[in-house]
Design a binder for this molecule. Structure first.
Ligand code: 6PG
Length: 507
């Protein structure tokens, strides 16, 4: 179908929502794109849709035959796969390989696990192909008008892909970092700084995209806890809360997720127009696994990303709907609660709790990436990563500009919380944050993310934690040894604990 002799700049396999929109984005930027889908009718429907109303339809070339699809692309060929992560990606790549030639570049734009990306790169390199694992964030609209793109792989492969990736990525004002979002089909934004850059070798791009998603989980959970507090403690209706989020979006919490929350909260239920839709949505959260991968990686690398993990567990707890409903009739909460006064002040405090917790969440995500780069021998530019997340992606936020600035001032920053801007914000907000967490605890309102972010802040700033006792316990029951405060690090001691007068033995 659409048999043309001109060769395409790039090919794309997998015409689900993200694939279709990415194709249109590339075509809008003047690239000719060959497209293929395992189910041919999907490709045909897409081509028909393009021809019915897309300004750049002539640059989208459909192929029903995989071999013809591959042959239609300029060499070295660049083929983007946007198929189901995991076995689906392996199968799609394997199907394509017999048609490819040495030096061709395979780009996986799905939410792949970085370990799979490392493996695929090695396997494909051994066969003479290049492989790029690229995080693509921004959902449907992002893919269409400017996603945030996180490519990992060899520099050589990146050089080949770079002009296309830079053209289609979201753009931000290079001075202010403000996203440039005035786009329309056929009229892409061509100025501004693109939200993409070479992240690093092998699985670096997919790792960073995974951490983006881990942060997305906690960002969303924090907003949900703010909503829950306003709903439960202040009895606020969705439209009133929508106004609060709208206000917050005009300040330092300005972000895509706060904006969509404001929109969601004023949406009426189409089935029952007097009601708000959010009240009819069942409170069980789904998840596809990237938040879990982030938390597992944090555990593997020994990084305390507790708030991110807490956001994953909060989704798990929400999924136990039937158990929770049954337990709500049996397990009692606190009694004799005083009425809450000072609504305006409490809303301001919730804002502070949200902002401070968000700082901790990002601190955890960046600390995790810092450890991962050691483990995998990547060289990550954290300022650039924050800049890439400034536009196009789900966690895009004004706040990220401050992260870019913090790393520009100190590339070796050990923890984001220590950067002067964030330190000041934490100092300013902590009283209100503590008040909100205490009030929630007092009233039996679950705020796992606010609480665990606060515990992280307090833990990180505590010079002496009770791990001295813990080490003593370990030594007591298992002779696991301990270090001493009055001896150099790395010298280990053991004592036979129950026998009081035994001397300490150096190990
Ligand atoms: C993005 C999103 C995208 C997807 C999440 C949803 O950056 O565009 O993160 O990748 O929406 O993976 O994940 P869950 O289904 O796990 O919430």
């Amino acid at each position: 179908m659409n048999d043309r002799t001109t060769t395409s700049d790039i090919g794309l396999i997998g015409l689900a929502v993200m694939g279709q929109n990415l194709v249109l984005n590339m075509a809008d930027h003047g690239f000719t794109v060959s497209v293929y889908n395992r189910t041919t009718s999907k490709m045909e429907d897409f081509i028909a849709r393009c021809q019915a109303g897309e300004p750049s339809a002539e640059r989208v070339i459909g192929h029903a035959d995989l071999g013809a699809f591959v042959r239609s692309i300029k060499r070295p060929r660049k083929i983007v796969f946007l198929v189901k992560a995991g076995a689906g990606t392996d199968a799609a790549i394997a199907g394509c390989l017999p048609h490819l030639e040495s030096g061709d570049i395979i780009i996986d734009g799905g939410n792949a696990n970085w370990n799979d990306t490392i493996r695929r790169e090695k396997e494909l390199r051994a066969k003479g192909f290049e492989f790029i694992g690229s995080g693509v964030s921004g959902g449907e609209l992002g893919a269409r008008f400017g996603p945030s793109l996180m490519p990992g792989g060899s520099k050589k492969a990146w050089k080949s892909l770079e002009p296309i990736w830079r053209a289609i990525a979201a753009k931000v004002d290079p001075k202010t970092g403000e996203p440039l979002e005035d786009y329309a089909p056929g009229k892409p934004i061509t100025k501004g700084e693109p939200c993409t850059a070479h992240i690093g070798a092998g699985g670096a791009g997919h790792y960073v995209k995974m951490v983006h998603n881990g942060i997305e989980y906690i960002d969303m959970q924090l907003i949900c806890e703010a909503y829950m507090l306003m709903k439960t403690l202040l009895g606020m209706k969705p439209d009133k809360m929508s106004k609060v989020f709208e206000d917050w979006n005009a300040g330092d919490l300005d972000s895509y997720l706060i904006q969509i929350t404001a929109d969601i909260l004023q949406q009426r239920d189409p089935a029952r127009p007097k009601k708000f839709l959010v009240d009819s949505v069942l409170d069980t959260a789904g998840q596809k696994g990237t938040g879990k991968w982030t938390s597992v990686s944090a555990l593997d690398l020994g990084i305390p990303a507790n708030a991110i993990a807490e956001a994953v567990f909060a989704r798990c707890l929400s999924a136990l709907k039937e158990e929770r409903v049954a337990a709500s009739k049996k397990l009692k909460g606190p009694k004799d609660l005083k009425e809450i006064r000072g609504k305006k002040q409490l809303i301001e405090s919730i804002h502070s709790a949200l902002y401070c917790s968000k700082i901790c969440a990002y601190a955890q995500g960046f600390q995790l990436m810092a450890e991962a780069q050691k483990e995998y021998d990547w060289k990550l530019d954290f300022g650039a990563i924050a800049q890439i997340w400034r536009g196009g992606c789900i966690i895009r936020a004004r706040f990220l500009q401050k992260i870019t600035e913090a790393y520009a001032a100190d590339a070796e920053l050990p923890n984001l919380m220590l950067a002067p801007y964030f330190r000041k914000a934490l100092h300013k907000g902590q009283d209100a944050w503590r008040k909100v967490v205490s009030l929630a605890v007092r009233h039996g309102v679950p705020v796992p993310a606010f609480g665990s972010a606060l515990a992280y802040y307090d833990g990180y700033r505590t010079a002496v934690l009770p791990a001295n006792l813990l080490q003593a316990q370990r030594d007591y029951f298992g002779a696991h040894t301990y270090e001493r405060t009055d001896e150099p690090r790395g010298k280990y001691f053991h004592v036979d604990w129950p026998e009081k007068d035994r001397p300490q033995l150096e190990m």
